[in-house]
Every structure is written in C-alpha cells, then in structure tokens.
Design a protein around this ligand. Structure first.
Ligand code: LLP
Length: 416
C-alpha cells in the first residue's frame, strides 16, 4: 500500500488521517512516513546485495533528528557537508565510522570536528584542501582517511543548478589532476588515500550519466591500484531521481545492475550517498487555504505555506503534485501561491488543482527531501512544524517556530 493514500474519505499517512494531524498540529506542517523511509532505504540497500557496500544518507535532503535516527537504526551511513550536519548525525546516533564528509569549502574547524570524531572518510575536493587537512593532522597528531572527489566531466542531464559533475562545475578534481595529486600524496605525511568519490548531480532520471561517470572514476581506481595504491572505497555519489510527475526513473536495482561489473572490478567497498531517493517520497507539506482570489482570468488559491517553507517550485520551477486532504474530486485551473511578497512565491502554477475552499487543507506531495532543509525565515515567517508517522502513531518531531525565535541572537546596540 502507498504510504500516502486515500481511505475512509481522506488522505492518510500510513494509518493516520492527515486531517487529524492538521487539526492537532496546525499548518503548514511537514509530515514524514517512517514506512516510506524504511522502504526506500531497504530498496537501495538490497540493490547492492552481493557487493560489499554501505548506503549513506545525504543529510542535506532532510536533517531532522527523527529522520536521522530512523535511518541510523536501519544501519545507514551518513553523507555530510558541514560541521552542522556532523553535529546532527552524532546527536542522532550515527556510527562515525559510517560518516563521509564532502564539500568544496570545509573550514579548519569543520575538518577538526571530523578528525575529532574519527569519521570514515574526508571526500577531498582540491589540492589545497588536502594540504590543509594534512597540516592540521600534523599539528594535532592525527591521521585522516581520504577519498579524492573526482569530477568525471559528465553531464547528469538535470537542472543546471544541481548538476555537479561537468568540467565547469566547482566540484571535485579533474580525473587527470586527481591522478597527478595521488602521485604526490606521499608529500602529505598524515593522510591515507584510500578512496575515490564522485557525485555528478541530483534528480538524475537516466542511467547513462551513471554508467559513463562510473566508467571514468572506476578507471581511475584501477589505474591507482596498478600504481600501488591501496584503494578500499569507491563512492558513486547520490542523485537518483524520483518521479514527481510522470518521469520514468530507474529503480535502484536497475542502477546497480547497470554498473555492477564495473563496481565488482574495483574490488573495493562500494558507497553511495542518496538523499532524495530515501526522503523525497516520504514527506508531504500540509498547507491550509487562507483565501480564494480571482484577478482577471487568473484564479489563485492563497495558502499558508510559501516559498520560505518549500523553495523548490520557485527556485527550480519544480513540480509537486497537490492533493486534497479531504477526498474531493473537483478541480480548478489555478495557481497555488503563498503569502510571501514576491511573485515568484508559488507552489504550483497554471495547474489543475483541487478546487479547495477557504479552510481546506492541501498536501504538497514528495516534499520530504529539500523541503524543510531549505526552508527559511524570509518575510519573518516562522518555519513550519514537522511530524513523523509510524503505523497508527504520530508525533511532532520539530515544533513550529514562534516569533521570539525569529529575533534570537539579535542585539540592539547601546549607541542606538
Ligand atoms: N552527495 C553530494 C556530495 C551532494 O552534493 C548531494 C546533493 C548528494 C550526495 C545527494 O543527492 P541526492 O541523492 O539527494 O540527489 N536542492 C536541490 C538538490 C540539491 C542537491 C545537492 N547535493 C533540490 O531541491 O532539488
């Protein structure tokens, strides 16, 4: 059964009517399905069966502690990109031996935190970063396990903002330069080069970008091994897309089967770092209709959630299905917009949407990844609450912010 489905006249998350959550917790509120998280994680994990592997969860997709705890309990590793994400995964109970740290701009403090927790791997993205890490290790008597993040120069065929593996993108090290850097690695006395990492982009809906990039990166692994390096980890990155509308996306099994011979040939432990695939379909954003409004030919549904709560439609023109929480088949051509003072503040534009009345609750689907994690306080709007459902139970896993939190840390100096 779908984790979000209509039953008894209303939309449910697992066994819980969303109307019940909306009435008790208010809107806007994100609702996550534990069953959906578990299903997606397990599907990924079993796709790699037969290979020594670890599925890491890309925390940036959704870093709520309850989401993290659920995935840690399933045995997942974590892919982090900041000291803040390291703090979250440690709080949530992840084993630091399953944590990999990527990002082009890790600060000294962030590198130190990773060293302090003895994480599995630093995915190093430049010669400068390697040098910096080595110097820190030498100064504090530590050793760092390192994977070089290569830029395989492959177009993932996705939105320009989230393609990361083309030569012109800021991420990673070109394959030939990675080889040259590896040859000099003995100059860095406190780092152990034991991995190769790639991540070519997000919401990838085709297999070819994976097969092409893995071929190049796995070729580098082979070359390094020929030259005597002991490469133990090969991280294929994340990026597997999900169907937001009617996209045909490869399953994890189709992905792994397409690259399995190349993965096997490396003889390494295979890592992946999926965010969206695990969390995307596991969450919805519930929002209430405040007003209906007509302006000439246009019809607007004005909701209490806006671009500050879910940025994806405004930023990427992303499509999210919109369902009525109360089962009601009537539709209207309208824009679903938020209260934020920008014309770019919309959740759906020129679409057949539920013909909702004021007070009705709508569910914006597939909002579990890059939903709350990209939310902001723009227009001084408190960020929404978050709820987790498991079977017939539900709990608030993040309280809705209140006004006092909006000014936390702000100070008015005496000279004013
Ligand atoms: N690993 C690295 C190094 C990444 O930069 C990312 C995502 C991932 C893994 C996870 O990718 P995923 O499996 O979730 O596609 N805000 C955008 C997505 C940005 C993705 C950034 N990096 C969106 O809402 O579509």
């Amino acid at each position: 059964m779908d984790d979000f489905h209509y039953e008894g006249g209303g939309l449910r998350c697992e066994g819980v009517p969303l109307s019940e959550i909306a009435a008790a917790a208010g809107t806007p509120t994100y609702v996550y399905s534990h069953a959906a998280l578990e299903r997606a994680y397990t599907e990924l994990d079993s796709a790699f069966s037969g290979l020594d592997h670890l599925v890491c969860y890309a925390v940036k997709a959704n870093g709520n502690l309850a989401v993290l705890r659920a995935l840690a309990a399933l045995g997942a590793g974590a892919d982090i990109v900041s000291g803040g994400e390291l703090y979250r995964v440690m709080r949530a109970g992840f084993d630091p031996k399953k944590v990999v740290f990527a990002g082009v701009g890790k600060t000294e403090q962030e590198l130190m935190s990773g060293l302090g927790e003895r994480i599995l791997l630093f995915n190093v993205e430049s010669a400068s970063e390697l040098e910096h890490l080595d110097r820190l290790c030498a100064r504090f008597g530590k050793r760092a396990r390192v994977a070089l993040r290569v830029n395989p120069d492959v177009d993932a065929g996705t939105h320009d903002h989230v393609a990361t593996g083309r030569g012109r993108d800021k991420f990673g090290i070109p394959v030939d330069e990675a080889l040259a850097l590896a040859e000099r690695v003995e100059d860095y006395r406190c780092v152990d080069l034991i991995g190769i990492h790639q991540h070519i982009g997000s919401q990838i809906t085709k297999l070819t970008p994976y097969t092409e990039s893995v071929e190049r990166s796995a070729g580098l692994v082979a070359e390094l091994e020929t030259r005597g390096f002991d490469i133990r980890y090969f991280n294929i990155g994340g990026g597997l897309g999900i169907p937001y509308k009617d996209e045909e996306t490869p399953t994890p099994k189709e992905l792994v089967d397409a690259i399995r011979p190349m993965l096997e040939a490396t003889g390494t432990k295979i890592l992946c770092e999926m965010g969206r695939y695990i969390a995307g379909g596991a969450g919805v954003l519930m929002t209430s209709v405040i007003y209906r409004k007509k302006s000439g030919e246009k019809s607007f549904i004005v909701a209490d959630a806006g671009m500050n709560d879910l940025l994806r439609p405004s930023l990427y023109d992303a499509h999210h299905e919109v369902l009525s929480v109360d089962e009601d088949g009537s539709v209207a051509n309208a824009d679903l917009v938020g209260p934020v003072c920008e014309s770019g503040d919309y959740l759906a534009r020129d679409r057949e949407l539920p013909d909702a009345s004021e007070g009705d609750v709508l569910a914006i689907m597939d909002a579990g990844a890059y939903g709350f994690s990209m939310a902001s306080n723009y227009n001084s709007r408190p960020r929404p609450g978050e709820v987790m459902v498991k079977g017939d139970s539900w709990a608030v896993v993040r309280e809705r912010e209140h006004s006092a939190e909006l000014v936390k840390g702000e100070l008015v100096p005496a000279f004013l």
